[in-house]
Design a protein around this ligand. Structure first.
Ligand code: ASP
Length: 441
């Protein structure tokens, strides 16, 4: 076996390693929860050992996200060549995102109106859930929602006055600017200008960007080596803390969200893949399993972006100029899972508090969920402040979010899988429309 073959073999095995890490985290977490669920020692272990180890892994990937987004998008646009092509691909990506996000929200809302998971809880169960309404996460989400901006300001902030400030604040919950979306807009401009000015000097700059892209991908590859251990630690913390009582009481709501996500993933995406892209959905899902595992265990579309880029190129054969553009934008702006989850959660909490929503208010929820799918940051728990905002705007107490916090992480992991799978499906669809065809092995 040559060195490269050996290395290849090792790389292929990474998703197996991640899977083993995930399983070990789940099993160890379940045992720890059953044996020492309430013990202070377990809490200490999670706070001081497993969470920090998981964070080391996440942080190595996070530190590469901004340079990756910048180089991938600028190169993606520059490589598209002319402005008309960019307009066409951008238009298709946008139209696809809008339609599929709306389907996603519709699935969620139909299910939640039909099953009504928030109605009919016993008084004792309600007490148990509302007892947890003062945690610091609730306060943080309430605070971010209170500092929300007007729609005009939000749109204006997409065009950064100072792209570096937005890059610096991209993962800071208290950042007031456009954050990573603004960084994306800046990168699009750089790519566009690069495509328009073709000279020897800009060629040097383009090669610099290519170098940056390669270096950043390498850093991420190094970080991914820690993935199996990091994932085991992250998942252990979630499972060990997640008291089964809460899951049981919120069971209907949790199952409903998961069922909705599955419908979108295996129903809607399969239809798109089979009839619009003309590939076997089954082969597609098998080919992207590493992406699914990474999204599930990290709860972050941004952290999963590098894996999605690599898998799209190597396993699916999506041309890089298209995947760089669609996947990078999509990691923040195309979040079907988040949109579905927002709609279900707001209506669930409205049912819980006995608030009857008027037709206009229901419409607000639909619109807000679609927008949440476009504007939510691709980081763990990115949806929470948005949910508080929507809750308050339709007259449901924002603190209500505390009711679902206990189970949010597991739903976050699941909706992130849908978010990222949705991005890759979008890239397949756009590439097909651009005349490419696929033969997934
Ligand atoms: N964690 C999600 C993501 O990164 C965002 C969310 O909270 O819905 O895709």
């Amino acid at each position: 076996m040559t060195m490269t073959e050996h290395a290849d073999k090792k790389r292929v095995a990474l998703h197996h390693q991640i899977f083993i890490g995930l399983s070990m985290g789940v099993v160890a977490g379940l045992i720890a929860n059953a044996a020492w669920g309430e013990a202070a020692g377990l809490d200490w272990l999670i706070r001081n050992v497993t969470t920090p180890i998981g964070q080391v892994f996440l942080r190595i990937i996070f530190m590469a996200v901004i340079p990756l987004v910048f180089s991938a998008l600028a190169l993606g646009v520059a490589e598209l060549g002319d402005v008309r092509q960019l307009g066409r691909i951008g238009g298709r990506t946008f139209a696809y995102t809008l339609v599929v996000t709306m389907i996603s929200v519709a699935i969620g809302l139909i299910l939640v109106n039909w099953v009504k998971p928030g109605v009919g809880l016993s008084e004792a169960e309600r007490q148990l859930l509302t007892g947890s309404l003062t945690s610091s996460t609730v306060n943080k989400a309430l605070q971010s929602a209170a500092e929300s901006k007007t729609i005009v300001q939000t749109l204006l902030d997409l065009i950064p006055k100072n792209p570096l400030a937005d890059a610096v604040g991209a993962f800071d919950e208290n950042h007031r600017g456009g954050g990573i979306l603004a960084v994306m807009v800046f990168s699009l401009f750089v790519g566009l200008a690069l495509a328009l000015v073709r000279s020897e000097r800009t060629e040097t700059f383009e090669r610099f960007l290519q170098g940056l892209y390669d270096v950043v991908m390498k850093i991420i590859q190094m970080g991914m080596r820690l993935a199996p251990v990091g994932v085991a630690c992250l998942v252990f913390g979630v499972v060990a803390r997640l008291g089964l009582d809460v899951v049981y009481i919120l069971g209907k709501y949790v199952l409903l969200v998961l069922f909705g996500l599955c419908l979108q993933m295996f129903g809607v995406y399969s239809l798109v893949l089979k009839y619009a892209v003309r590939v076997s959905p089954w082969r597609f899902f098998v080919a992207i399993r590493e992406v699914i595992l990474t999204a599930f265990s990290t709860s972050s579309s941004n952290v999963t972006l590098p894996t999605a880029l690599a898998v799209s190129e190597h396993n699916l054969g999506i041309p890089r100029r298209i995947s760089n553009f669609v996947l990078t934008l999509g990691s923040t702006a195309n979040q079907n899972g988040t949109a579905l989850y927002e709609g279900v959660t707001v209506l669930f909490l409205a049912q819980f508090f006995g608030v009857d929503l008027t037709l206009t208010q229901q419409f607000t929820v639909v619109l807000a969920s679609v927008l949440a799918g476009i504007g939510t940051a691709g980081v763990p728990g990115g949806s929470l402040p948005v949910i508080v905002l929507v809750l308050q705007s339709v007259g449901v107490p924002g603190e209500g979010i505390g009711i679902i916090l206990g189970v949010d992480r597991i739903l976050d992991m699941s909706r992130t899988v849908l978010n990222v799978t949705g991005d890759i499906t979008a890239a397949m669809y756009v590439a097909k429309k651009e005349g490419y065809s696929f033969d997934i092995k």
